[in-house]
Design a protein around this ligand. Sequence first.
Ligand code: ZN
Length: 187
Amino acid sequence: MTVRPILQIGDPALRRVARPVPDPRDVRDLIADLIDTMRDANGAGLAATQIGVDLRVCVIEVGDNPRYPYKPPIPLTVLINPELQPLTAETFENYEGCLSVPNLRGMVRRWVGVRVRALDAEGAPVDREVWGLSAGTFQHEVDHLDGKLFVDRVEDPTTFSSWASFDTFHRAAFVARAQALVRRFGS
Ligand code: ZN
């Protein structure tokens, strides 16, 4: 098990556009490190750029997550060379946080449904739809591979909030909206 240091905002490596993986067999150790590091930090996902590797690999997993207790479960998902395509013009407002942006959350607009095409950890093709709150998680992780952080997408800077202020002032309203989304899409 190797828990790697997670780069923090301001590190130029987070702003690199990651390169496609030529051969999925070459990134097995990287995938194992991403999973270990994500779980150690209680993240809902982690992209290779966040541990300083500019390859297009990210992992996503949501179980009982103390950082995001309202998030519906997502089984461990490994995406190599992922591509996302919106499935509808509809968007929703997601109050996001990030392991690379300590103690800050902000409201970001995300597609309500995306088609995900990628390779999985074994190199097998993935082609599936993801809807609802989970679609936001996928978009957040793939953004990392393009050198983007959620703060870049915050349209209204007055929504920036520390985690403590989020709990005090914004959590109840957001969780109610998030739960409505989860009821509608089941994810
Ligand atoms: Zn992030």
